[in-house]
Ligand binder design. Structure first.
Ligand code: CMP
Length: 135
């Protein structure tokens, strides 16, 4: 069974949407494997978002992700990576379909409530970056 890494970002935590995100994934039938709340340092953010280094929005993304606690999770289910990407919606909340998490709750980038891995390989990289050897 496939696993994916997801994270409620500080904007989602501040707005009280942790339960909403978990509830949608559970309602779909996905299984929660691990969950932990922590606050990213700048170094954590640099590792997690290394692929975006040098992009115009990089600093605003780092500022957002280090602004407060995040909730990292591992979810399991058939085709979990693609399924969760569909449930959260397009990266830009202004383009995300109504019914998706970002479409229903997001307003403007970089604040888009929740992150989810875009491929099984990034799911494993992000799991390791967030949970280390504990999960
Ligand atoms: P996420 O799925 O966590 O992956 C990278 C993040 O960078 C993305 O969600 C947004 O928060 C942010 N991001 C991506 N593209 C842009 C953009 N064009 N402008 C601002 N922020 C962006």
């Amino acid at each position: 069974m496939e696993r994916t890494f997801t994270m409620v970002k500080p904007d989602g935590v501040t707005r009280g949407l942790i339960g909403e995100v978990i509830g949608r994934f559970e309602a779909k039938g996905l299984k929660l494997i691990a969950i932990e709340m922590k606050t990213f340092t700048e170094a954590d953010a640099a590792i997690f978002y290394a692929e975006h280094l040098g992009k115009g929005f990089y600093q605003s993304l780092v500022d957002l992700i280090t602004a407060g606690p995040v909730v990292g999770m591992i979810w399991e289910g058939p085709n979990a990576v693609k399924l969760v990407r569909t449930l959260i919606g397009a990266t830009n909340p202004q383009e995300a379909a109504p019914g998706s998490i970002r479409g229903d709750f997001g307003l403007e980038l970089p604040a888009n409530i929740v992150h989810a891995s875009d491929a099984p390989s990034s799911a494993e990289r992000e799991r390791a970056a967030f949970f280390g050897q504990t999960v």
